[in-house]
Design a binder for this molecule. Structure first.
Ligand code: HEC
Length: 113
């Protein structure tokens, strides 16, 4: 009985640890892979402003997923006064751009999903 409890505690601690590790930068593994592949990660984070705006601030603009895809291909710097212009990222395949767009929108202000 005691032993089983110990194992449970260890499992819970492990689960808690991996949860925290992920919470630190808030980027799910698959999205991190895409952001790394297409270099978005150099300029964007989910919660903090870097070279570009935090994705959660992008989400607040309530774009549709398709609008975000269009903006990845053809950024409109006038949407973000005070930031340097983002280069068009036309090398991102539509499928991956849409995955990123959906994820960016999922970070949004919590009003609508
Ligand atoms: C070299 C830095 C840099 C890289 C790399 C970069 N961005 Fe950006 N991004 C910016 C900056 C700066 C802005 C704000 C100015 C602008 O929109 O031109 C921005 C804006 C955005 C916006 C908001 C568009 C709008 O008009 O509201 C989205 C969405 C976005 N980036 C997604 C991405 C994605 C996805 C990638 C990777 C495929 C990426 N960015 C790569 C710097 C970057």
């Amino acid at each position: 009985m005691k032993k089983a409890f110990g194992v449970l505690v260890a499992a819970a601690a492990l689960a808690g640890f991996s949860f925290n590790a992920q919470a630190q930068d808030n980027i799910p593994e698959d999205m991190k892979a895409l952001m790394t592949k297409y270099t978005c990660i150099a300029c964007h984070r989910p919660d903090v402003k870097l070279v570009g705006p935090a994705y959660k601030d992008v989400a607040k603009k309530k774009y549709t997923n398709d609008q975000i895809v269009a903006l990845i291909y053809e950024p409109k710097p006038s949407n973000w006064p005070g930031y340097p212009p983002m280069a068009p990222m036309k090398q991102v395949p539509k499928e991956d751009a849409l995955k990123l767009a959906k994820w960016i929108n999922s970070l949004g202000g919590g009003k609508k999903k």
